[in-house]
Design a protein around this ligand. Structure first.
Ligand code: AMP
Ligand code: MG
Length: 704
């Protein structure tokens, strides 16, 4: 048996809502990493589990959910209580009796006392708050006698430290958790039918498998772990991961006679603690995302046209981020790592599009005018009318109200007269007028957004309406920005000698990364010294997914970045036929892509927009993107030679024509502030006079 996703649930018998330690935690492992999640109530946790189950079914994937509760009781219990030697019969018995509300208030002690009354002597269940007056439920285990049942199940003999199922109160009250858990799981079984099987009691394959487990199996790894909110979070996360990496099919082979399995159940992982721990100490082997030679250029290539360079870059790159699950409300601007499937329809039920009066169209007969008696009551949004509206009657109905039984057509309020007992309106009325069909926007199960999509505010509305509480998105691309040059001072708080200049590129590039929705990582600025830069790159490769450097990227004496990357970073200098911009250095440093930008701020800016944007977007998971440009009349004159593409700092004048910055000098940072976009002049020669159409790309088209 193999599973696409494994959930491990640390269940709880709390009687009030509670978060944090000793509450419900759910760990999740699969192709997509998700942090452990915490739930204040069993109702919330079960809703989350049902969502996950529906989602996996919609994706045709297999899900294992394991709970740290007992799925069965010691031999003899089930048969005595239900007449059948079957743990699942006990589940149903409990489901018929256990009450557990949305605030965790429940009757488990009363039900345990009722069970005890079925057995001779006193017991087997014990443990309760002193305030509860339940003579059939002893407060101490030692007070029990004559119930005739063993303390432990066969499987528990393999799990040191396991508490008996009979204990209901204080530390290790697995009994309480199991009574509540089994009742809820019985209801899940009923809801999911054949799609769900319980291991090892049911010997059949199903998309969803439930199993019991024991969190202490991996205690050693939990003790050594760091960075978790609490022990419970570490347990569920680590055990889910361990189950994901071991050979679960082998671990799920029966280890006891079928009768024992059916009656008592079995702990998944019992007796396999060593294998589970070992799987956690061996880090996953992940193949490098990018090949070392991915930026290689064929020998003898001189100046590469921009379009060719773009094609090569596009072919070389792919997404390098891992996915994570976050709440829908927090997902604006993030990149989807999974297609989104509607959990419910929008609208979920047929409803009224207007305020008015509803009736059955078939009973109207003819064009009208019509006078219909009104039923008492009304249907409003959030206040459904639960009876049937008789044929030939009408009902007051408001916008958003679910159509009551017997209503398929609404007449607009403004077209009606009513005295409160009757409603009159003229015809003809179209069948189903002023109604919205269930799912007319999106049907349940529809894929409504595709992986790679950058989530807009409207997408959050859609995903929420369609019932998605969490979305799987790419982790934010971590973009490191490093400046180099002996003349560069980190920021204007330092006093500058005449030969020194302040770092202009780093604040600019960090802000661009932030605006594009990535996580900027400030790597500071370094002198032109290879050893120092190498050390900075080593550190950067640990904390970044991509590194942008500026300065030192040509082939001159002081171009240390180039030399360093050539020696250690599989550098390819791409001589791109582009102005402004000198060679673009592309390399991998310890597997992390490095984009070596020119030092000149104008050139660094243009290269970042033209090459950096689609490259980062691809690395981040949203794929290659091209900015939208507009053909507009020029307000300037220029004769351009053939052989390279040129970008000029530009903006629109009051007539909507494209004007360009007075100087093309690439050291003029003020021109970047003046401009609101770039003019792209083609590779071939062109003679521009006022009125010639040129391609203008506003900065907004570059996501700025
Ligand atoms: P380079 O690419 O190192 O030859 O630098 C080209 C020009 O850009 C030189 O005039 C540098 O002083 C300048 N420059 C390099 N890095 C920066 C920076 N971070 N901020 C401002 N100017 C820079
Ligand atoms: Mg330099």
């Amino acid at each position: 048996m193999s599973f696409d996703r494994i959930l491990v649930v640390d269940w709880s018998a709390n009687s009030t809502p509670k978060r944090g330690a000793d509450s419900i935690w759910i760990g999740s492992a699969g192709a997509i990493a998700t942090p452990p999640q915490n739930f204040a109530t069993r109702t919330e946790a079960l809703a989350h589990l049902q969502d996950q189950m529906q989602d996996m079914l919609a994706r045709h994937q297999r899900l294992l959910i394991s709970f740290d509760i007992g799925f069965g009781f010691p031999k003899g219990f089930a048969a005595h209580l239900t007449g059948q030697p079957s743990a699942l019969a006990v589940w149903d018995w409990l489901a018929a009796r256990i009450e557990d509300d949305t605030k965790n208030r429940n009757n488990r002690f009363q039900v345990a006392a009722e069970i005890n009354r079925h057995f001779p002597g006193l017991g087997p269940f014990w443990g309760r708050p002193d305030t509860l007056d339940l003579p059939d439920l002893p407060s101490k285990g030692t007070l029990r006698h004559g119930h005739g049942l063993a303390e432990l199940r066969a499987t528990e003999a393999l799990c040191s430290g396991a508490h008996p199922m009979w204990k209901l109160y204080t530390t290790g009250s697995v009994g309480s958790q199991s009574l509540l858990g089994q009742a809820h799981l019985a209801r899940l079984r009923a809801a999911f039918g054949d799609a769900l099987a319980v291991w090892p009691m049911e010997d059949r394959a199903a998309p969803i498998t439930l199993a019991e487990t024991y969190l202490s199996l991996i205690d050693k790894a939990v003790q050594d772990s760091t960075g978790y909110a609490c022990k419970d979070a570490a347990q569920v996360d680590l055990l889910a991961r361990a189950f994901h990496s071991v050979d679960l099919a082998a671990m799920m082979q029966p280890e006891a006679p079928p009768d024992t399995l059916r009656e008592e159940g079995w702990i998944l992982g019992a007796g396999h603690g060593a294998a589970l721990l070992a799987s956690l100490t061996q880090p996953d082997l992940i193949p490098p995302r990018l090949r070392n030679d991915c930026f290689a250029m064929p020998q003898g290539v001189d100046w590469v046209p921009v379009d060719d360079a773009m094609d090569r870059l596009r072919a070389a790159l792919s997404s390098v981020t891992t996915p994570e699950q976050i709440r829908t409300a927090q997902a604006g601007g993030r990149i989807l790592a999974q297609d989104l499937i509607a959990r419910r329809a929008n609208p979920p039920a047929p409803n009224s599009a207007v305020d008015g009066y509803g009736c059955a169209h078939a009973a109207l007969g003819g064009d009208g005018p019509h006078t219909l008696p009104l039923v008492a009551g009304r249907a409003a949004a959030g206040q459904p009318y639960t009876q049937t509206v008789p044929q030939g009657h009408a009902i007051r109905i408001l916008t958003g109200a679910i159509l009551p039984q017997g209503v398929d057509t609404i007449v607009l309020e403004e077209d009606c007269a009513s005295d409160g007992a009757r409603v009159a309106f003229d015809g003809p009325v179209k069948p189903r007028a002023n109604t919205r069909k269930a799912g007319e926007d999106i049907a349940a199960g529809d894929t409504f957004l595709q992986t790679g999509r950058i989530l807009t505010p409207a997408d959050l509305a859609l995903a929420s309406a369609l019932g998605l509480d969490h979305l799987t998105v790419h982790c934010k691309l971590r973009v490191g920005v490093l400046s180099t040059g002996d003349e560069i001072l980190p920021d204007p708080s330092h006093a500058a000698a005449p030969h020194q200049i302040y770092d202009a590129n780093r604040p600019m590039l960090l802000e661009i990364a932030r605006k594009w929705g990535y996580q900027p990582v400030d790597l500071g600025c370094q002198p032109d010294d290879e050893a120092t830069i190498a050390k900075a790159l080593d550190q950067a490769a640990e904390s970044c997914d991509v590194i942008l450097t500026s300065g030192g990227a040509s082939a001159g004496d002081e171009d240390h970045i180039s030399r360093l990357l050539r020696q250690h970073g599989h550098l390819t200098s791409w001589r791109i036929a582009l102005k402004p911009g000198r060679p673009l250095a592309l390399a991998l440093w310890n597997g992390v892509p490095v984009i070596g930008l020119p030092g000149n701020p104008v050139a660094a800016f243009v290269c970042t927009l033209i090459f950096g944007r689609p490259a980062l977007s691809t690395l981040a998971g949203s794929g290659w993107i091209s900015p939208q440009g507009f053909d507009l009349p020029a307000a300037f004159s220029k004769k351009k030679k053939p052989g390279r593409r040129e970008y000029l700092r530009a903006r629109l004048d009051s007539q909507g024509a494209v004007e360009v910055f007075a100087s093309e000098g690439s050291g003029r940072i003020s021109g970047l502030s003046w401009a609101e976009g770039l003019v792209e002049l083609p590779d071939h020669a062109i003679s521009i006079t006022p009125g010639t159409r040129v391609r203008y790309v506003p900065f907004t088209s570059f996501g700025l």
